[in-house]
Design a protein around this ligand. Structure first.
Ligand code: ZN
Length: 198
């Protein structure tokens, strides 16, 4: 389990993994512990994430913390001077400036904790996540369980055929798969689309 650095200095922590891996739960756990320590926290999420509620970071098991939806990462730089911890949910949907914004916040002495998908449904590094992970002091990969074989899952396999990247996580749209089951599923889909194209 992740144990926080109790010294008050700026840093960047990243929590990443596939859909249903408990990223947001881990983000909320760390933020609640900061609140217990009487630290002032502020939480941002991309305005695109409107799954359950406009103003809450809501995880799949419905623990929630109020958050501020924003459209651009740089809006985080306007955070109030007394804020000690900045939480970022669904970090993968932010623009490419996210890593430099997080750096600037950390340089001000703020603890930045970001949760997001490490890869998209095609298995490719997602948006600003690779850069953010590179500059972070700590990266925790969390895992879901593969629904096919029970191994640790690190892929979010899309069950629908939409190629649009921004489809938010729901159980009927994605399933967590391990590397081997993901590769099998993709091979099977290729076979099917080849046979329908003939
Ligand atoms: Zn599997």
């Amino acid at each position: 389990m992740f144990l926080e650095n109790t010294k008050k200095s700026g840093c960047i922590e990243v929590i990443c993994g596939s859909m249903f891996s408990g990223k947001t739960e881990e983000l909320i756990r760390r933020l609640k512990r900061a609140q217990f320590a009487n630290q002032k926290i502020k939480i941002f999420k991309p305005a695109v994430d409107i799954r359950y509620s406009d103003n809450d970071v809501v995880s799949h098991d419905l623990h929630s913390i109020p958050s501020t939806p924003i459209t651009e990462a740089k809006q985080m730089l306007e955070v109030e001077n007394d804020i000690q911890v900045v939480g970022i949910d669904e970090a993968q949907f932010f623009d490419d400036t996210l890593a430099s914004v997080a750096q600037e916040l950390a340089n001000r002495g703020i603890r930045v904790i970001a949760a997001g998908l490490d890869t998209d449904f095609l298995g490719k590094p997602f948006g600003p996540m690779p850069n953010l992970m590179a500059v972070a002091e700590d990266v925790q990969k969390v895992h879901a369980i593969c629904v096919k074989c029970g191994n640790l899952a690190n892929h979010s396999h899309r069950l629908s055929r939409s190629k649009k990247l921004v489809v938010l996580g729901e159980k009927d749209v994605y399933e967590p798969l391990c590397r081997s089951c993901y590769n099998k599923a993709i091979a099977e889909e290729k076979k099917q689309s080849n046979s329908t194209n003939i």
